[in-house]
Design a protein around this ligand. Structure first.
Ligand code: NDP
Length: 602
């Protein structure tokens, strides 16, 4: 890419970069969008198992009346339960498919699993538990153990039905109750439902020909088979020493797992469709005196600081100081150079943001060149899109792994692998024979909600959620959708977007637990959004945020509905235009008014 003297900071020519990004995006656009993927359960795949529990668990079905059923035992369901308790609501049940609490951190136990968001802001309820993470970016087992600690500390274990999947949810208008049926033949009757089902709960496989034909060993990263590989989340995959291992996918999961495979497996083939941005990790153990420096309320202050910076809001200090917040700081540095930033038009601001983005991307691409010795491999590992088009990744060992003689990057120039055969994987027309094939192909984030959770929800007058949300997701405040009284969604769509998902969950839990308490105090049995309030909220979301505009120009991925922004009804189908801070302020102010504006009650 040529440099132009007209550009600041020796950056390449912006027009040429835009064209390069467009070309790279266009060659990845596909007509089948999100439907290119299959989910594990529907595949009938042997991946659809829980490798972390003893097989054969049984229990008697339960029939119970309860105030609240919380669906999901990840941080969403746990925080919701904790906040219900804060509001004096003790009568609730948690239904969870896994064998323990933890959600994402229960399922994802692949080698190297680690949090990419600073653990001091990511791990919930640190002050309440008197806990301090051991490192700036904690590893998976510590986060999973933290979830279990929350479960014990707040007495949630007695409320949980583990290894249980919801099969159907039906609202009974006469009884003003939800009927919940499960895979263990339970029947729960509940006044309220909290859908804490998480965005990354349904693993997906690429819908490539032959996926079921592979005769070797295969699994999805969220169902890691340590019996086969040996070792644990810290590595030591000794049983792979004489194996040829293929990995499909190069997203945040693969970035963390591939260094362990490179170290331990005989030979590794990494099949790449689009490279991720891989910035420095810069992890460090928590300094011994860290806890003594903290005042009460420190975690909240730190979370707010991160969030505001991610929303592009100027802050006096950057408490996190990492590669996430760097983007906003870069923007402010540029603005400070301008004589009169307040007078900049939206277009001028956009241009400055684009240059800051380009500067960051050039540094990330430069890092690939510095680290990866083989120039062809280095060129293939360079990402060509704007920074937030895909989930940013951070790792210090991923790129050097490609300098190992036993590790081969099989770049497919945006096409993806051709097919799977009994012997291995075909990419670029060549067959790679493998003993083991690992799918690091992520989770179903972009298809309709009911497909992702695996059951339908039947609201008032038999209205099915799959029908209501067939073409678009539509809510009021992200929680309510008309026709489904007392059913509250905590997914984050049409809410505020932040990489620190537990922060959104915390705000949503406080909001919903407050609402449930208000209903009890006011003697209300049912609440749902008015048609007008839902329409107004959707119109505001549709007006779009800076992020929605960016999504249009991005290379395909789950951040932009696989290149079909607005055509599907997935998790990222729209956000509050004022970012997560705007969303949090909006729901806080709504609570403070106390008149439940926009909701109809009975
Ligand atoms: P992703 O969806 O991010 O990545 C899936 C990968 O599979 C992509 O590289 C994709 O390529 C590739 N792929 C899909 N189909 C094909 C095909 N036919 N041929 C070749 N490659 C293919 O899943 P991950 O599990 O990596 O991450 C999911 C999310 O989980 C992350 O985005 C992040 O939010 C979260 N996560 C968080 C962590 C944390 O630190 N907290 C750690 C790990 C994950 P393409 O890009 O071209 O679509």
């Amino acid at each position: 890419m040529s440099s132009s003297p007209n550009e600041t900071n020796d950056l390449p020519d912006l027009e040429a970069i835009r064209e390069k990004y467009r070309v790279e995006r266009d060659k990845r656009l596909r007509s089948d969008g999100s439907s290119q993927f299959h989910d594990l359960a529907r595949e009938g795949s042997h991946n659809d198992i829980d490798p972390y529990v003893e097989p054969g668990f049984t229990r008697e079905p339960i029939e119970q009346e309860t105030e609240v059923v919380v669906i999901g035992g990840g941080f969403g369901g746990m925080l919701m339960s904790v906040r219900l308790r804060d509001q004096g609501i003790e009568d609730f049940r948690i239904i969870e498919a896994g064998g323990d609490f933890g959600g994402t951190w229960y399922w994802n136990r692949y080698p190297g699993v680690q949090c990419d968001v600073e653990s001091y802001i990511y791990m919930p309820l640190l002050e309440e538990l008197g806990a301090i993470p051991t490192e700036k970016y904690a590893h998976g087992p510590e986060i999973f153990a933290h979830a279990q600690k929350i479960g014990r500390h707040f007495d949630l274990y007695d409320r949980a039905l583990f290894q249980t999947q919801v099969r159907a949810l039906r609202w009974d208008e006469d009884e003003q109750r939800w009927f919940v049926t499960t895979s263990r033949d339970d029947v729960l009757r509940a006044r309220f439902i909290c859908m804490a089902t998480g965005p990354y709960s349904t693993p997906k496989l690429p819908g490539i020909p032959g996926a079921a034909d592979f005769a070797g060993h295969t699994f999805h990263t969220s169902r890691w088979d340590y019996d086969y590989t040996g070792g644990d989340t810290t590595g030591g995959l000794t049983k792979l020493a004489d194996k040829r291992v293929g990995v499909i996918g190069t997203g945040a999961t693969a970035i963390q797992a591939v260094p362990h495979l490179g170290r331990d497996a005989g030979e590794v083939f990494v099949f790449q469709r689009t490279p991720s941005t891989v910035d420095v990790r810069d992890n460090a153990p928590t300094e011994p005196g860290f806890a003594d420096t903290l005042d009460p309320g420190w975690q909240r202050k730190r979370m707010d600081n991160f969030n505001a910076l991610m929303d592009g809001l100027a802050q006096e200090e950057d408490l996190i100081g990492d590669r996430w917040t760097e983007l906003t700081l870069g923007l402010y540095e540029e603005l400070e150079r301008h004589p009169n930033p307040a007078e900049l038009s939206a277009a001028e601001m956009g241009l400055i943001a684009e240059r800051v983005d380009l500067k960051k991307m050039e540094r990330i691409r430069g890092r690939v060149e510095e680290v990866v010795e083989d120039p062809v491999t280095a060129a293939a590992l360079k990402p060509w899109y704007r920074y937030l088009c895909k989930r940013p990744c951070f790792h210090d060992e991923y790129l050097p792994t490609f300098n190992r003689p036993n590790v081969h990057l099989i770049d497919t120039d945006g096409r993806g692998v051709d097919r799977v055969t009994a012997k291995g994987v075909v990419a670029n027309g060549q067959e790679y024979e493998l003993d083991c094939l690992i799918f690091a192909t992520g989770f179903d984030v972009t298809t309709n909600y009911t497909r992702r959770v695996g059951y339908d929800i039947e609201g008032r007058d038999g209205l099915k959620l799959s029908e209501k949300w067939r073409d678009r997701t539509s809510t009021f405040q992200s929680f309510h959708t008309r026709g489904f009284p007392n059913c509250f969604f905590m997914m984050g769509f049409q809410a505020g977007l932040t990489p620190n998902i537990p922060h959104t969950i915390e705000e949503q839990s406080q909001h919903l637990s407050w609402l449930i308490r208000q209903m009890k105090e006011r003697g209300l049995t049912a609440v749902e959004t008015s048609e007008a309030a839902e329409a107004d909220w959707c119109a505001m979301i549709d007006a779009g945020s800076g992020f929605s505009q960016l999504q249009q120009s991005c290379t395909p991925g789950y951040f932009n509905d696989e290149g079909k922004v607005g055509e599907t009804a997935g998790w990222l189908a729209g956000f509050h235009p004022e970012g997560s801070e705007g969303f949090f302020t909006c729901i806080r102010e709504w609570r403070a008014k106390g008149d439940l504006e926009g909701l109809e009650t009975s």
